[in-house]
Design a protein around this ligand. Structure first.
Ligand code: NAD
Length: 487
């Protein structure tokens, strides 16, 4: 049976024929099918969101906050069922998906309160007879286009602030992981019909129809650089507001004073979490030459010992990759690097004992350099390519030698190095001694080609609000600077 979409507060398989098969990446088997929606279904969802906007924006903020807290509570209550679905369709170990559910619920709680508290500000006026307000207002219908690696979390980062700001939403999950998002119909079921709608389908059909609908005033997109660029071109004619969270090539610098007992597992986790399919995965490691031999030997040993397996197995450390094409990209980058002189210390192959599933062994490489694709392009797989450096300036230059600027990491307790790192590294999020930890109050997003706009924090709410300036002269008399000039 095809799992229905959610439009105007009701389940529907839509008017478009055709379904998408969703696979379990650990077994390659089809789990379920979902509608392959096209423009007419997207139009129906936008109709519903557009109609619901007038009442939703006028709802007192306190009432809206209560409804959003309830979304958060339902996410918490359904953690186990949704985390299981996330593992089955996306492959991540169950423990990582339980975390994803917890973070998603926390995001709804955070924006429930933020929306209750924030409407703009009062600014000093030019004359004493005036009131000047900076008003923050919702745009209208927001299109939330989400990738497969964190389907619920990246939905939450968009939908929670969009709703808190008074917008209504149409969500388009990835065609690879739509099941957990469709299961949210229950979670959003208490909201007025049309406030949240979920349509499934391929990017070029359903996603693009959402971008093209002129009533959709904001597209909040997380995905690849290539798709982000395409969306920007399509949206340009309508001068549509875009919020783009794109790819990354995060650097990790390990200084000479780093405690290797912490840095080795820390770097490995930052690079291999979700089989390296995190936008802020560590994709390049720069280690000071004095500690490099010990670091390299220890991280290769560590990566070799990690247990590869299906995400539903509680002993699994690293699950499968999401699909065959993503694994093929990693394999091509590794093969090219080796052909250009890189050395594989561990991994570099599919696990021989797992003929089914999109598994790829955690792979540690040395002898890499910035002429190789594996050090320049997003890999999005379980790889740890390592270079050494001599001076900290050199490490900073290497970290900045990338078209991307999403995140960057550093292990050190040297305050001067930390200062240089946060002043000079071009990335939206910098982590020192605690890789990849998110904070709902801290803005997240990329510099350079990693995107534009920020999710989370106050900045994340502002992405979904228009700014209006009200200038009100309550005496309203004629002004001495009007015509005629030659008085
Ligand atoms: P993708 O670009 O292939 O797809 C993302 C979404 O866009 C999917 O829902 C897809 O259906 C939709 N889409 C595809 N073509 C479209 C079109 N023409 N119009 C409208 N929508 C379209 O990305 P992916 O493979 O699902 O995700 C992996 C990528 O996401 C990686 O590059 C990763 O770095 C990036 N990512 C970035 C962040 C971040 O916060 N910066 C977070 C997670 C993932």
């Amino acid at each position: 049976m095809t799992r229905p979409m959610w439009i105007n507060g009701a389940p529907t398989t839509g008017v478009t024929d055709g379904v998408i098969e969703v696979h379990d990446p650990a077994t390659e088997e089809v789990i379920e099918t979902v509608p392959a929606a096209d423009a007419p279904d997207v139009t129906a969802a936008v109709d519903a969101a557009h109609a619901a906007f007038a009442d939703w924006r006028r709802m007192p903020a306190g009432e809206r906050a209560e409804l959003l807290h309830r979304v958060a509570n339902q996410l918490t209550a359904q953690t186990e069922a949704l985390a299981t679905l996330l593992t089955r369709e996306g492959g991540k170990p169950l423990v990582e998906n339980r975390d994803e559910m917890g973070w998603s619920a926390a995001c709804f709680h955070y924006y429930a309160e933020m929306g209750r508290n924030s409407r703009g500000r009062v600014i000093p006026s030019v004359e004493s007879s005036q009131l000047n307000l900076v008003l923050k207002e919702p745009y209208g219908v927001v299109g939330a286009i989400v990738p497969w690696n964190y389907p619920i979390l990246l939905m939450a980062w968009k939908v929670a602030p969009a709703l808190a700001a008074g917008n209504t939403v149409v969500i388009k999950p990835s065609e690879m992981t739509p099941l957990s998002t469709l299961a949210l119909a229950d979670v959003f079921g208490h909201l007025p019909p049309g406030v949240v709608n979920i349509v499934t389908g391929y990017g070029r059909a359903a996603g693009e129809a959402l971008v093209l609908d002129p009533r959709v005033r904001v597209i909040a997109f997380t995905g690849s650089l290539e798709t982000g660029r395409h969306i920007a071109r399509v949206a340009a004619d309508q001068v549509k507001k875009l919020h783009l969270e794109l790819g990354g090539k995060d650097a990790f610098i390990v200084a000479e004073d780093a405690d290797l007992d912490v840095a080795v597992p820390g770097v490995a986790w930052a690079a291999l979490l979700n089989a390296g399919q995190v936008c802020t995965s560590t994709e390049r490691v720069y280690v000071h030459e004095s500690v490099a031999p010990a670091f390299v030997e220890r991280i290769a040993d560590y990566a070799r010992r990690l247990r590869l397996g299906p995400g539903m197995d509680p002993t699994t450390d690293v699950g499968p990759m999401v699909g065959a094409t993503y694994r093929a990209k990693v394999e091509a980058q590794v093969a090219e690097a080796v052909a250009q002189g890189a050395r594989i210390l561990t991994g570099g192959q599919r696990p021989p004992d797992r003929p089914r599933g999109y598994f790829y062994e955690p792979t540690v490489l040395t002898g890499v350099n910035h002429s190789m694709r594996i050090m320049r392009e997003e890999t999005f797989g379980p790889t740890i390519p390592i270079m050494t450096y001599r001076a900290f300036d050199e490490a900073i230059s290497l970290a900045n030698d990338s078209p991307f600027g999403l995140g960057a990491n550093l292990y050190t307790n040297d305050a001067r190095k930390v200062k240089q790192f946060y002043e000079e590294v071009q990335a939206g999020t910098l982590w020192v001694n605690d890789p990849l930890t998110d904070n709902d109050a801290g803005p997240f997003g990329g510099m350079k080609m990693s995107g534009m706009g920020r999710e989370l924090g106050e900045e994340g709410l502002d992405e979904f609000r228009e700014t209006k300036h009200l200038h009100w002269d309550f005496e309203g008399g004629a002004k001495p600077w009007w015509y005629p000039y030659g008085k």
